[in-house]
Design a protein around this ligand. Sequence first.
Ligand code: ZN
Ligand code: ZN
Length: 237
Amino acid sequence: MAHDHATVAEEEYLQSIFWLQEAGLPMTGANVARAMQLSAPTVHEMVNRLEKDGYITRRDDKSLKFTKSGLEHAEAIVRRHRMIERFLTDVLGIPWDEVHEEAERLEHAMSPVLEERMLAAIGDAKNCPHGHPIDPADRVPGVPLADCDAGAKVTILRFENEAEDLLHYLMNSGVYPGLDAVVESTGDDEVAIRSGKGEHVLTTSVAETISVTADPSPPPRTALPEQLVLAKERYGR
Ligand SMILES: [Zn+2]
Ligand SMILES: [Zn+2]
């Protein structure tokens, strides 16, 4: 039987598993551990609890699969997270590189009434400030900026990794979702793009975490698990 109310730790795990699913990555305990920066035994224990509480089941190959209730919980928490981030930037004026951790805290403590009010306050915003669709069904496929060739026209779709130190780096680089640019050069260490605002130089490892639409476009590729670190906050210890 699924419980009506998942614990904070369970919600964090459901969210992480959902991110793996959204990114097309194998939903395994090892990938959950990487995304949450937790040890394998810690994750193993929580995965057992999620299974016992009716949120996930295991496939024959031991990978994880949401139950109907688990998917509903995961989508609800992801939607709330992205909506809170948008509320913090658009209504409270907080810079977008400072809202992820706040949303991580607030998302577990909201009444349906507050959620409704917040949704009304953000108007018709469709994405979180990092480019993730508030309704997960609206996700647009993208390719990593690091895969694009010099000369390609790109539009930044979203930042796949919302760890705040990375968001600070992106903010300082002057890039943001929706920015149009042309790839100037790509290398093993750096990717340089030029937008109407000037040149932006990013490390290649950061460019791996930026999803773009590109013309011409490289073939699609799923992100690597290490690129999907959700937050520095640790749960379940
Ligand atoms: Zn976030
Ligand atoms: Zn976000």
